[in-house]
Design a protein around this ligand. Structure first.
Ligand SMILES: [Zn+2]
Length: 318
């Protein structure tokens, strides 16, 4: 029989959940929720873990829609030693080499309902498993009513969207494996937030809204737009709907994009540091006026930039 062993480490505002799975000679059964275990029991069981045992750590035990949870598997030599699945996330979790093991990031969809969701972790070499519970918190989102000119509205066709998307797909097709960013991301332009993340947007009176999975920052044309963190420019060109656009690969599948720029200040293939100017605010493409449309992307999921402005999504020391 196997026993689970978990340590809870309290951080200032978030709870890191840390779990060690190991073979033991007691008759305890794996698969229970770490939350349900009394801390005294957990500490007792973790007195002397075997060397090189896998240690699983979640960056947080609760998150809001648009946030991201990272899973650090320490002491792993190869991804085949373990498995981590999150049934609420529809894709396999990609793991990248990090420190003494691997890190995977689990996006929380913007539309996920509040509640408890499982993350299942397995140490395949020890044949042990454990289910951790992540609490998705409620968050309110506003509605926005937007009017754009007929000529601008005419740009939004399936054909134009497909043409732009082909460039984004190519730019994101070979994610840099290592973490390039350092600490929380910075807001990429001065100005007020004119449209929030996950705002339900009604355009030109259309009763069917679209989700705005980015933030819009409004300011004067020509306002500098900077790199939100260190990374490599993988797209810097004029597209049909997003206008002059910059996409930066920050590593481990995290990308940021800046749209509607009046001018570009970087070239594809160049490395940029946090705060470097990459362009100027404008209204090129599908835009009603000068603003920056800024998005954070992880494997097809647009996440809340506000989360990244306050949080390093992979906070574990290397
Ligand atoms: Zn926008």
């Amino acid at each position: 029989m196997f026993v689970l062993c978990a340590i809870l480490v309290l951080m200032a505002s978030d709870v890191w959940m840390r779990a060690v799975l190991h073979d033991d000679r007691t008759s305890m059964r794996c698969g229970e929720e770490a939350h349900a275990l009394p801390v005294s029991f957990i500490s007792l069981m973790c007195d002397a873990p075997p060397a090189r045992q896998l240690v699983f750590t979640l960056s947080r035990s609760s998150a809001g829609p648009g946030d991201c949870i990272s899973v650090y598997v320490e002491h792993a030599n190869k991804p085949g030693q373990f498995s981590v699945t999150a049934p609420f996330y529809e894709k396999p979790i990609t793991f990248f080499p990090y420190g003494d093991g691997y890190v995977g990031l689990v996006p929380i969809y913007a539309w996920l309902k509040p509640g408890d969701y499982p993350i299942r972790i397995k140490d395949l070499s020890m044949n042990t498993d454990l289910t951790l519970t992540v609490k998705v918190l409620p968050r309110t989102f506003d509605a926005q009513y937007l009017w754009v000119s007929e000529s601008t509205a005419a740009l939004r066709t399936d054909d134009n969207e497909a043409k732009d998307q082909a460039f984004f797909d190519a730019a994101r097709s070979h994610p840099i494996q290592r973490k390039l960013w350092d600490g929380p991301f910075v807001r990429p332009a001065e100005g007020i937030t004119t449209t929030s993340y996950n705002s339900m947007r009604y355009t030109n009176g259309n009763p069917v809204p679209t989700r705005h999975l980015a933030i819009d920052i409004g300011n004067a044309e020509g306002t500098p737009v900077t790199a939100a963190n260190h990374g490599k420019v993988v797209l810097a060109r004029k597209l049909i709907l997003s206008g002059n656009s910059v996409v930066i690969d920050h590593g481990m599948g995290i990308f940021t994009s800046s749209f509607h720029l009046s001018e570009l200040a970087v070239e594809e293939g160049k490395s940029v540091s946090k705060g470097d100017v990459v362009g100027r605010m404008g209204s090129t493409g599908y835009a009603a006026g000068p603003h920056l449309h800024f998005a954070v992307w992880k494997e097809g999921t647009f996440l809340d930039p506000g989360f990244f402005f306050t949080t390093d999504p992979v906070p574990f020391p290397q």
